[in-house]
Design a protein around this ligand. Structure first.
Ligand SMILES: [Zn+2]
Length: 244
């Protein structure tokens, strides 16, 4: 039996999970929770950085996050498809590590790899709970994580909840800066800005984190989306954010 995780993020490329839910994972790791990330590709189609550079950067990010698991499904970068093979391999990994929560890309993300990764994660999450499929796959019993939440990429949405990442904001910046090859400016005139896929990622990340943080009375926040409403067992439960 593999080691049990509390949360597993499923990302298309190394650095997606860090940018979208790095603060959530840092917060959970600080609380002693076991966090994992499975990247579906190695990001080998990226314009910047060699594969060795990217592996090195991912290792540095793992150390910052204190991850219990970093896995890779080795799907083709730029060509991720929600195939039966992909979703069953991911379902097998989910059963083996038994996370309580899965974090996934939004299904309508503009990047086809992100949208496909979101779909693979959603389908694998569901399939992980089917007994007959688990029997076919091997020796690990069926087990579906309790929750699946989508994180925000290109497309914005009204979140179900926002995680207060104020206390770990500096760590999140250090985490994303591990991906130096991806942040390097493409042109001399861009010196001093931090680009990823042609956008100034650190600035955009901060704008978004401040916007969603403000909505919950925190300095910084990460938005997450559940498919339906979440249950509440104590309507009087109100907890102020401590980091304003
Ligand atoms: Zn990506």
């Amino acid at each position: 039996m593999h080691e049990k995780l509390d949360v597993l993020a499923v990302a298309a490329h190394p650095d997606d999970a860090e940018i979208c839910v790095g603060g959530t994972l840092l917060t959970l790791a600080r609380a002693g929770k076991r966090c994992g990330i499975v990247d579906l590709t190695r990001g080998e189609m990226g314009t910047r950085g060699t594969r060795a550079d990217r592996d090195h950067e991912t290792s540095a990010a793992n150390a910052v996050m204190r991850l219990a698991l970093r896995a890779n499904l080795e799907l083709p970068d730029g060509r991720i498809e929600a195939t039966i093979d992909a979703r069953e391999r991911l379902a097998d990994l989910i059963r083996r590590h038994a996370p309580d929560v899965v974090l996934a890309h939004h299904l309508e993300d503009l990047h086809p790899d992100h949208a496909a990764a979101g779909r693979i994660a959603r389908e694998a999450w569901y399939l992980s709970g089917l007994a007959r499929l688990a029997e076919l796959a091997g020796d690990v019993p069926a087990r579906r994580p309790k929750r699946l939440y989508h994180f925000m990429g290109h497309v914005t949405f009204e979140p179900t909840f926002v995680v207060d990442i104020g206390p770990v904001w500096e760590e999140k910046l250090a985490l994303v800066r591990c991906y130096a090859s991806q942040l390097a400016p493409a042109h001399a005139k861009d010196e001093g800005r931090h680009f990823l896929f042609g956008a100034d990622i650190l600035q955009r990340m901060e704008t978004r984190a401040r916007f969603y943080g403000e909505r919950i009375g925190a300095r910084f926040g990460e938005p997450l989306l559940a498919r339906g409403p979440l249950p509440c067992f104590d309507p009087l439960l109100v907890r102020d954010t401590g980091d304003r």
